[in-house]
Ligand binder design. Structure first.
Ligand SMILES: Cc1cc2nc3c(=O)[nH]c(=O)nc-3n(C[C@H](O)[C@H](O)[C@H](O)COP(=O)(O)O)c2cc1C
Length: 375
């Protein structure tokens, strides 16, 4: 029996070769602050495609310049960026993987130093930083107070998501994911801990979810009907009074008819954690399971899933439909090939590029293995 991890997964017209997907991870590798992906992105994402992942998701990619977390983030607000992405997409697809892009806007968490710089706070204007925008003029702890978006400015951001999705299509991407988690703009609208608006975008559940529903509709208008759309949510916040699992499930239920095909379930990020977060293997899987059950939509599980048997179990239990891998894929670009060996998948059925077959995980027969090396 083929392990579920190695079974195909279909969303709309896209059939993905397996259920081991690369989680979106910012690389902070853009030069000249122009949002254009570089050879780093080609090698990083291309390497994971060659390593057997079924779908390779780009890092959180900003839909406007102000929506970048850091100046080194990738973007998709102009055609030069789309052209550079097209090269990455073509290579990824050439390896048999599907190419996904996570479209993002950092909101009040924008204009911060790239992770490796180990510097807190907002980047000053003198250093090339910019004023962040948000649902409300309330700062994320340690960052500058953002500008509160007017209704007209909200409409512009919604349109920017739609325009970026159109470019993603032109670049050849197979799937768009919206970043609605980790305390970035979409999540800032959802959470009562960051949205204090008194207009149509704040207050009730209906109003707090208006922005994301508008974004989904705008993206669906410019993203082909045959291509799938996923969304990442923080299934819950680690703070009292925040966005809840039940709200996430209810929102997911409503987003299905608007064109969302899969919910990728993470947690936290809108404020610093105020509850004890029990982080351990698969600590967010239960959220994906609950949302899958309550919303009826397929889900992706993510977070400290590092072992093949553990990942397989998540699918067998029906907690999620696909598994996303983050940090383990940074240290093991060909994690799915190890998984194939550990789960007993035959070499010919594992997603090896032909160029790497000689290095396939060893057969149990040492004589054949020796002969294999001699040739
Ligand atoms: C370097 C790095 C960059 C990340 N960037 C993003 C991002 O752009 N978008 C996102 O949704 N999550 C991002 N994440 C979170 C990961 O996608 C993933 O959810 C998280 O690392 C937990 O999964 P893991 O335990 O398999 O690493 C990032 C994580 C890391 C380590």
């Amino acid at each position: 029996m083929t392990p579920l991890l190695f079974s195909r997964f279909r969303l709309r017209d896209l059939t993905v070769r397996n259920r081991m997907w690369l989680s979106p991870m910012c690389q902070y590798s853009v030069v000249a602050r122009d949002g254009v992906p570089t050879d780093w992105h080609l090698v990083h994402l291309g390497g994971r495609a060659a390593g057997g992942f079924g779908l390779v998701m780009s890092e959180g990619t900003a839909v406007t310049p102000e929506g970048r977390i850091s100046p080194e983030d990738t973007g998709l607000w102009n055609d030069a960026q789309a052209e550079a992405w097209a090269r990455v997409v073509a290579f990824v697809q050439g390896q048999g993987a599907a190419a996904g892009i996570q479209l993002a806007h950092a909101g009040r968490k924008a204009s911060t130093h790239a992770m490796a710089q180990k510097r807190d706070g907002t980047i000053s204007a003198a250093e090339g930083g910019w004023t962040a925008v948000a649902p409300s003029a309330v700062a994320f702890p340690g960052l500058d107070v953002p500008h509160e978006l007017t209704a007209a400015e909200i409409a512009e951001v919604v349109a920017a998501f739609g325009a970026a999705a159109a470019r993603a299509d032109r670049a050849g991407f197979d799937l768009v994911e919206l970043h609605g988690a980790h305390g970035y703009l979409i999540h800032q609208f959802l959470s009562p801990l960051s949205n204090f608006r008194t207009d149509a975008y704040g207050g009730s559940f209906e109003n707090r979810t208006r922005f994301v529903r508008e974004v989904v509709s705008a993206v669906r208008e410019s993203w082909p009907a045959g291509k799938p759309l996923s969304i990442r949510f923080s299934g819950r916040e680690w703070a009292p009074g925040g966005w809840t699992l039940e709200e996430t499930a209810e929102l997911a239920r409503r987003l299905g008819p608007l064109g969302v095909d899969l919910v990728d379930v993470s947690s936290g990020g809108v404020v610093a954690p105020q509850e004890r977060v029990t982080v351990g293997p698969g600590y967010q899987v239960g959220f994906a399971q609950e949302i899958r059950k309550l919303s009826g939509l397929p889900t992706a599980a993510v977070g400290m899933i590092t072992e093949p048997a553990q990942a397989e179990e998540i699918l067998v239990e029906g907690a999620a439909d696909v598994v996303l891998f983050g940090r383990v894929a940074l240290r093991e670009p060909a994690w799915p090939l190890r998984a194939a060996a550990e789960l007993g998948v035959a070499r010919h059925a594992a997603p090896y590029p032909t160029q790497y077959l000689k290095g396939a995980w060893p057969r149990t027969d040492p004589v054949r293995e020796r002969r294999n090396a001699d040739r």
